[in-house]
Ligand binder design. Structure first.
Ligand code: CO
Length: 498
């Protein structure tokens, strides 16, 4: 039976959320701000010192012309600087070449990977394979540089104090001639080679077969290790996991038919189809030496994000958010009309990969719909206990992220704070109280996230005590405006003020 939009709306308002509320979190933010936050409920912990950087889509239209999918939208970077119990907010668009061109032209000039087409139908789009670097997925501070990341091209370097765009950055030439640099680098807190932190990242060169390049950068941002590995078939890999000795990639079972894309009928993402009857291929790449990749099969599933990984005798343990199915991106569908009940939820799975027998098996850790996992930075690549994730309010089914959950992977305990019915949360970031991790203090710190508050159409910065999520926010900082739902970000203990 076809359900009328009105009836559907009424039904969805019986849930923990109202789709019309959720949709407004995707309205464009046209302004750039710079101010001390003065509307605060609760108390900002005075020991909380540093800067939280966030990135995500900004302008969901170009001069009124809608962008088809938020993932096609140029990045908006926000910075919340904490010092002495106060907090300062600012935000800036990343002035990429594509952003400047479209703002000057007053119209969409580039096709988007996720379905945005130029005006003029398929003839105007055919064989236009130019890619607009949108720098919208993540933002990190590393090697003295603030970098806005997007997986298919070079990072954009920003001024960490003002967020002004400085330039496209090929990282001192290491990204020439193949410019990709994924949006999901990890910081290995203590590399086994010399005990110092390293940024580990990868790049994908897609094609009939795929090349994965591994990069390792020291604290100064200099390249200290790199290797290239060929993997059969097309690969859609957004994130990976690291341990002290390995990088682990899940090659999702998808099929890519480029013809409709080349002909301008479809966007690239609309040509990708999940293949539930095929296996996921796990690719394990050694971090040191010249060893080749090991490839191990696992039952089908689609993974965007990994939570953590660690080594355990002959095995690797990898925790990931996995979807049983991934619907194809439909050319005529509007993401604002998402029917959550029709989509498979992301769930937290633990995969054990035996490197000797080259077998893998997995088990469910958390059935609640969840995404954007985060953990203590000193536990990256190490056995660990606590994960924090954005999650649906309801324990079963699918829904927008309205809650933050803490999963104790040792005891299986859970804590939850929900912002339902009017709140919609973003990626949580765990900030430790102290730089060094003391025994029994893995959850001594704060979980900070942005929450879209549909009752005021503005966003809040919410600070939770990581030891006691259930008690609710210890501080809620009201911004003067909303920030469209974002993707990823990171925290640095340096406090950057203009
Ligand atoms: Co991501």
């Amino acid at each position: 039976m076809a359900v009328s939009p009105t009836l559907n709306q009424a039904m969805s308002c019986d849930l923990s959320y109202c789709r019309e509320d959720w949709q407004r979190g995707y309205n464009s933010l046209y302004e750039e701000f710079d101010y001390w936050i003065d509307q605060i409920e609760g108390i900002i912990p005075p020991e909380l010192e540093g800067t939280l950087f966030r990135n995500g889509p900004s302008l969901l239209d170009v001069k009124g012309q809608p962008i088809h999918h938020p993932v096609d939208v140029v990045g908006l970077v926000s910075a919340i600087a904490f010092t002495d119990g106060k907090a300062h907010f600012r935000n800036r668009y990343v002035r990429t070449a594509g952003y400047e061109a479209e703002q000057q032209a007053g119209k969409i000039v580039y096709r988007g990977v996720f379905g945005t087409q130029k005006p003029g139908g398929w003839l105007a789009n055919a064989f236009d394979l130019r890619i607009k670097n949108i720098a919208n997925t993540n933002v990190i501070y590393w090697g003295g540089k603030l970098l806005a990341l997007w997986e298919a091209a070079e990072p954009y370097q920003l001024d960490p104090h003002t967020l002004e765009t400085i330039r496209l950055d090929d990282l001192g030439g290491i990204l020439q001639p193949s410019p990709a640099f994924s949006a999901h680098p990890w910081v290995d807190p203590a590399c086994v080679v010399d005990g110092s932190p390293r940024l580990v990242n990868f790049a994908i060169k897609p094609g009939l077969s795929t090349t994965i390049t591994r990069y390792e950068l020291d604290e100064a941002g200099k390249l200290v290790d790199r290797s290239c590995h060929d993997v059969p078939g097309f690969a859609f890999i957004h994130d990976f996991a690291i341990t002290p000795h390995y990088c682990v990639f899940f090659q999702n079972p998808v099929r890519f038919n480029p013809l409709p894309y080349l002909l301008g009928w479809r966007s690239a993402a609309e040509c990708i189809q999940f293949q539930p009857d095929q296996k996921t291929r796990i690719v394990v790449i050694p971090r040191f030496g010249k060893g080749s990749a090991q490839m191990i099969e696992l039952q089908a599933g689609f993974v965007f994000h990994h939570a953590n990984a660690f080594e355990q005798s002959d095995s690797l343990v990898v925790d990931s958010v996995c979807y049983a199915d991934l619907p194809s991106v439909q050319p005529d569908a509007d993401f604002r009309q998402t029917d959550f009940s029709q989509l498979a939820p992301g769930q937290l799975w633990r995969t054990e990969i035996n490197l000797k027998t080259e077998t893998a098996q997995r088990r469910l850790l958390e059935a609640r719909c969840c995404e954007f996992p985060t953990r203590h930075p000193a536990r990256v690549g190490q056995p660990y206990r606590y994960l924090y994730l954005a999650a649906a309010h309801a324990p079963t089914g699918n829904g927008p992220h309205q809650a933050i959950i803490k999963v104790d992977v040792e005891s299986n305990d859970r804590q939850i704070w929900s912002a339902a019915t009017k709140g919609y949360v973003g990626e949580p970031v765990f900030i430790p109280r102290q730089q060094s991790l003391l025994e029994g203090a893995e959850d001594d710190g704060w979980v900070v996230t942005l929450v879209f508050d549909a009752s005021h159409d503005r966003s809040d910065v919410v600070i939770l005590d990581a030891r006691n999520l259930n008690q609710g926010p210890i501080a809620r900082l009201h911004l003067k405006h909303h920030i469209p739902y974002g993707l990823h970000g990171s925290f640095t203990s340096q406090c950057f003020l203009p």
